[in-house]
Design a protein around this ligand. Structure first.
Ligand SMILES: [Zn+2]
Length: 307
């Protein structure tokens, strides 16, 4: 009985997930525009574009104007967050089909979420601590320990010792740069991953003629979804180890929107992502080696011990 009840609910939820957002029917009341005085029916003044909802000043529209300062306005920010958590792939499909007024624009959302996560990392969390500094201190200690170990290791030649010291310097520096510029890091990874992912999903059942630009926009929304989840352990100040496990788990959640968006089965989605990960891994490793060489050539001081 209980099980059957739940099954029914799950089925209902699955049905709800697929239904696109519906704009409320237009009101049949006549309005007089507060700005230009025109009489009209509908939600917006046809002459000057002012919303029919704006009348006397209220706390609610004062608040909306206040959050509009950061570009949050009311273009579906909260709807986009809710749908990204409950029906991400279907929402992205609706957006790609043209429902752009219903959802907050993806790139703007990415930059706002990254700014928010940096705030949370550097102090706006339940303990009010700068987690970014704490983390980098730990990383530095680790790198210094490894460098000292390499120096003390008599089995290594002098050149190998220098190379190891430089490697830990570069690891530390890249980590620091990535944490300081989360937007840039995310965008670089997305640019690298979008090609392979596009090749695997361009003929998917739900969108058989998927364009590269659409695939990229979908990825931005998926990243937004992951970032919303990833802010939670930072805000609650999990230990760094617990946070790393949580983030890893969240990465697997990306399977859900890709499945919903593409129309493949779960297995069909998973193996395609796995195949797309192979070129990504090769590209990232190659880039890393290239960056290392460039840095070592340009910065000989990297061979010195971390201070
Ligand atoms: Zn008007």
């Amino acid at each position: 009985m209980f099980l059957r009840y739940n099954k029914k609910r799950i089925k209902k939820f699955a049905q709800w997930q697929r239904v696109p957002y519906r704009v409320k029917p237009m009101s049949q009341d006549e309005h007089e525009c507060a700005t230009c005085g025109r009489h009209y029916m509908g939600n917006y003044c046809p002459q000057c574009g002012q919303s029919a909802k704006i009348g006397r000043y209220s706390l609610k529209n004062a608040f909306l104007l206040f959050i509009d300062v950061w570009g949050l306005g009311n273009r579906g920010m909260f709807r986009a967050i809710r749908d990204l958590m409950l029906r991400p792939g279907y929402m992205i499909r609706d957006y790609l089909r043209g429902m752009q007024m219903a959802y907050f624009p993806p790139f703007k959302m990415l930059f706002l979420i990254c700014a928010l996560s940096l705030l949370v990392e550097t102090g706006v969390n339940i303990q009010g601590i700068n987690r970014y500094e704490l983390y980098m201190e730990k990383e530095k200690e680790y790198a210094q320990k490894k460098q000292a170990e390499a120096k003390a290791d008599d089995t290594l030649t002098a050149a190998r010792k220098e190379a190891q010291v430089a490697t830990y310097n570069i690891f530390y520096m890249l980590d620091d740069k990535a944490r300081q510029n989360p937007q840039l890091t995310v965008l670089v990874y997305m640019l690298l991953f979008s090609g392979p992912l596009y090749l695997m999903f361009r003929h998917c059942p739900a969108i058989p003629d998927l364009r590269f630009s659409e695939c990229f926009v979908a990825m931005v929304y998926i990243i937004n979804m992951l970032l919303i989840f990833i802010i939670i352990p930072s805000f609650l100040c999990f230990s760094f180890k617990a946070e790393a496990y949580f983030d890893l788990f969240v990465l697997f959640l990306a399977i859900i929107p890709i499945k919903q968006l593409s129309g493949y089965s779960y297995w069909g989605t998973i193996w395609r992502i796995a195949v797309a990960l192979i070129p990504l891994t090769i590209i990232v490793l190659t880039l890393f080696v290239v960056i290392m060489f460039l840095y070592i050539m340009l910065h000989p001081e990297l061979f010195e011990h971390l201070a």
